[in-house]
Ligand binder design. Structure first.
Ligand SMILES: NC(=O)c1ccc[n+]([C@@H]2O[C@H](COP(=O)([O-])OP(=O)(O)OC[C@H]3O[C@@H](n4cnc5c(N)ncnc54)[C@H](OP(=O)(O)O)[C@@H]3O)[C@@H](O)[C@H]2O)c1
Length: 251
């Protein structure tokens, strides 16, 4: 039997309890990684992911932490390293999205989304990069969005936060090379609880816009993430891989 891609590696997935993060946890476990499944409030969902991984014969643990809180992230990484070993693979999938007309935007809602989407990417990356550099190996994928590449008049805060994630990953790729590769993934609309916030009409409109005439599945994003974590993308760093069925190419 051939060795699995991530056998012997430890992965930490923020926002691993649901949606894209959940699918990524399961895909990583299938490829042999030990997986730390992060959540902020939905411990039950995170526990279900761990149970699924164990059913597959894998090793996993739940780790609660608010990614926007520095102390919480420091504890999360220490807990994972104690439980599963040093973090080799980091996926930052935790995030929130909310649409609002510009007249309804508040500084508080701006600060909240920036703290979860941007600080919540910065803090886990900074918490694992020194260990990765010391060990001479690390792979990081940050989940961005095509909203960070296109104008989104009703999602000004969200699109700004995701553009920041893209720029952060790109700059980290230079700073942390050659030991660590850092890339981002920019999904289009994906069928998750976050995606469902668009409502049935919004989802249909986005499916119609896409060249593939459908929205995406979390497992399709997980595959894209695994590609960037794996040696199949060994010469790729600082890039944003779009997986959106074709919508980003629209004017
Ligand atoms: N779905 C889409 O259409 C889409 C498109 C483009 C990009 N994305 C991006 O993909 C990522 C995942 O989205 P999704 O659709 O999978 O979302 P989702 O189904 O709503 O899941 C969100 C995840 O983030 C976690 N989370 C939220 N705030 C957190 C915090 N402060 N600390 C730690 N974890 C936190 C949640 O944990 P709990 O379970 O504990 O609440 C949950 O695991 C996000 O970054 C999102 O912006 C999604």
């Amino acid at each position: 039997m051939s060795e699995k891609e991530f056998q012997g590696k430890t992965a930490l997935v923020t926002g691993g309890s649901r949606g894209i993060g959940r699918a990524t946890c399961l895909a990583l476990a299938r490829e042999g990684a030990r997986v730390a499944v992060n959540y902020v409030s939905n411990e039950k969902a995170a526990g279900k992911v761990v149970a699924e991984i164990k059913q597959l014969g894998g090793e996993a643990m739940v780790v609660g932490a608010d990614v926007s809180d520095s102390g919480s992230v420091t504890n999360m990484v220490a807990t994972v390293e104690h439980g599963l070993g040093p973090v080799d693979l980091l996926v930052t999938s935790a995030g929130i999205a909310k649409a609002a007309h510009h007249s309804e935007m508040t500084f508080e809602s701006w600060r909240q989304m920036m703290s979860i989407n941007v600080d919540g990417t910065y803090l886990p990356v900074m918490a694992v990069k020194d260990g990765m550099l010391d060990r001479g190996y690390g792979r990081i994928v940050c989940i961005a969005s095509i909203a960070g590449l296109r104008p989104r008049g009703r999602m000004i805060t969200y699109s700004t936060s995701k553009a920041a994630v893209i720029a952060f990953a790109r700059s980290c790729s230079e700073a942390f090379g050659p030991a660590i590769r850092v890339n981002s993934v920019a999904p289009g609309l994906i069928e998750t609880e976050m995606g469902a916030q668009m409502g049935p009409e919004g989802m249909q409109r986005m499916a119609d816009e896409a060249f593939l005439k459908r929205i995406g599945q979390p497992e399709e994003i997980a595959e894209t993430v695994l590609f960037l974590l794996s040696e199949r993308s060994s010469f790729t760093t600082g890039q944003t891989l779009v997986a959106d069925g074709g919508r980003v190419t629209l004017p």
